[in-house]
Write a protein that binds this ligand. Structure first.
Ligand code: G16
Length: 609
């Protein structure tokens, strides 16, 4: 057995190692600075405390982005030196964020041991490659992201760190081959266990969903799918689940080979960045094939999802546009041929159908939760079904306590995150399986029929029952950080006089309702009583509309301002409008009230969702 020694390396604090909404995300070149990663990892071990680290089993893996392989070797050596007993690594260092959570909760090693936590190496939906982003976060024994108490401690430790420990004489471990390698350290044996990235996760999915009924749906020639992993880690699961287990065609998968740089793309599953999927869904008949009935995409670490359906054609629309230029016609044609399910609607629809369609929830939901900027579609479902309901700040970590306390089964966020208490992370593939389950349930007696119940039918039926929350998000990416702060202070200052706010609004648009409440969202965790302040600026209107302004906590450069705009419509005759049209008055108010252009110099957002 190879032996190693423990080296103590002197270091000094490095600025800017404060974890954001979900871990530390920076450019690769920042992470590659001497001691940068090492300082953060040691700060994490110190924050956890020796009693939690010595003898522990930790998972180390991620979405496979550039620099992951180097980072894994560094963390293995530091873990060995800090007294960790075993490190588990997904083959090739690949594990999706939800799979890490599943592995922590479910996997039992040959000697009966379980994992105590994990380092997840990902910058999620941010691009990857030598000039792009890398990231690291720590997840706890429950499988969920470290709570603020721990991330604050990690940050404080990074500001005072003087040394880190690293194993000397421990060679790089071959993480491409499954198997156990043992080493001998001054305090005993240290193991590195490389295991199959998908099997624990696939097993968990099979215990939640009725794979047979989904298989039946997918075997219908009328039901075609397209899944786009955007070259993220979801590709490591997609073939196993959708093709091998559920029988989808291999041609249903696009961009499903994980790549260190995500093929040069932006692995963010939205209508702007999931271009190939959107094009497939948007085009008419190609090569004798109709566009797929169902489309979905994942982000780099496979915790986010986007759900699309085939749009039912409105022929008069095309006749109306046929006279205008080809360019306009093509644009309208493409953008209107796919049906986009907003993430806020998605979680509400999953919650409304979970008990009937998903065996895991057959005995009922313990409660539901959403993040504050997510639309109130879920609130209406909770009210109608008499379910416990929670509104938490942005960040999946806030759902964990509710789930651990048995208060919440299904939750979701507007930022393309949907999930349940099967793990403690949002789960992109779970969301796709949830939608396929709902489609399978709605079509169970209909597979031989003329037309299947589509994604669009399900959403429209939901709106007819519960009302529709028109919703859009404007992102201003990489804005000057000082300017973003000034804009936020301006919005907070305005809230000191709502009558003044309403006068301003009246001057902008007379057809917008009145602001009745303005604040900065603050959350008291009902389980541990902890308080999180400054979680987004809210303007709440008399008719239920909301304007929310927030600074993103996941960017790696400058600031990203997010503006969330929502309006509720109960009248069934008014639920079918184009959402950008319906929201235009509120958008105008939001942009002028916030003086967006004045503060940021931007005349348009980077991304509209
Ligand atoms: C992370 C968190 C999510 C959160 C999102 C918000 O997502 O896990 O719970 O909603 O950030 O991002 P922002 O602060 O930029 O609005 P991910 O997928 O980046 O890990």
């Amino acid at each position: 057995m190879v032996m190693f020694k423990i080296a103590r390396v002197e270091t000094t604090p490095i600025d800017g190692q404060k974890p954001g909404t979900s871990g530390l995300r920076k450019k690769v070149k920042v992470f590659k600075q001497p001691h940068y990663l090492q300082n953060f990892v040691q700060a994490t071990f110190n924050a956890l405390g020796a009693d939690k680290v010595r003898g522990a089993t930790l998972v180390v893996s991620g979405d496979g982005r550039y620099y992951s392989k180097d980072a894994i070797q560094i963390i293995i050596k530091m873990a060995a030196a800090n007294g960790v007993r075993s490190i588990w690594v997904g083959q090739n260092g690949l594990l999706s964020t939800p799979a890490v959570s599943a592995v922590i909760r479910e996997r039992v090693a040959a000697d009966g041991s379980k994992a105590n936590g994990a380092f997840i190496l990902t910058a999620s939906h941010n691009p990857g490659g030598p000039t792009e982003d890398f990231g690291i976060k720590y997840n706890m024994e429950n499988g969920g992201p470290a709570p603020e108490g721990i991330t604050d401690k990690i940050y404080t430790n990074t500001t005072t760190i003087k040394e880190y420990l690293i194993a000397e004489g421990l060679p790089d471990v071959d993480i491409s081959a499954i198997g156990l390698t043992s080493f001998a350290g001054p305090e005993g044996q240290f193991d590195v266990d490389v295991f199959d990235s998908a099997s624990d996760y696939v097993k968990l999915m099979k215990s939640i969903f009725d794979f047979q009924s989904i298989q039946k749906l997918l075997s219908s020639p009328k039901f075609t799918v397209c899944y786009d992993a955007l070259h993220g880690v979801a590709g490591a699961y997609a073939k196993r689940i959708f093709v091998e287990e559920l029988g989808a065609q291999e041609s249903s998968l696009i961009n499903c080979v994980p790549k260190e740089d995500f093929g040069g793309g932006h692995p963010d599953p939205n209508l702007t960045y999931a271009k190939e999927l959107v094009a497939r869904m948007g085009l008419g008949k190609t090569n004798e094939q109709d566009p797929p009935e169902f489309g979905a995409a994942a982000d780099g670490d496979a915790d986010r999802n986007m759900i699309l359906g085939k749009r039912q054609v409105v022929f008069f629309f095309f006749f109306f546009n046929v006279d205008v230029s080809t360019a306009v016609f093509t644009y309208e044609f493409n953008s209107n041929f796919r049906f986009f399910v907003t993430p806020s609607d998605s979680v509400a629809i999953i919650a409304a159908n979970a008990v009937q369609a998903i065996p895991y929830f057959a005995s009922g939901l313990k409660g539901v939760a959403r993040s504050m900027p997510t639309s109130a579609a879920l609130d209406v479902v909770a009210k109608n079904l008499n379910l416990k309901f929670f509104e938490v700040p942005t960040g999946w970590k806030f759902f964990g306590n509710l789930m651990d306390a048995g208060m919440c089964s299904v939750c979701g966020e507007e930022s393309f995150g949907t999930g349940s208490d099967h793990i403690r992370e949002k789960d992109g593939i779970w969301a796709v399986l949830a939608w396929l389950s709902i489609l399978a349930y709605k079509n169970k007696d209909n597979l031989g029929g003329k037309k299947l119940v589509s994604v669009e039918d399900i959403v429209r039926q939901h709106w007819a029952t519960y009302g529709r929350h028109y919703y859009t998000r404007y992102d201003y990416e990489n804005v000057d950080a000082g300017a973003a702060k000034e804009l936020m202070s301006h919005l907070v200052k305005l809230q000191s006089s709502l009558s003044e706010v309403n006068n301003i609004i009246k001057g902008i648009r007379s057809d917008v309702s009145k602001v009745v409440h303005g604040d900065e969202f603050e959350y008291k965790d009902p389980v541990d009583g902890s308080i999180s302040k400054h979680q987004g600026i809210r303007y709440l209107f008399e008719d239920g509309s909301r304007l929310i302004f927030r600074l993103s906590g996941t960017g790696s450069e400058g600031a990203t301002i997010r503006l969330y705009i929502e309006q509720y419509e109960k009248d069934p005759s008014k639920i079918g409008r184009d959402s950008q049209d319906a929201l235009a008055p509120l958008v105008e108010v939001a942009l002028k009230l916030s003086k967006m252009q004045e503060f940021t110099g931007r005349s348009a957002p980077t991304v509209i969702t």
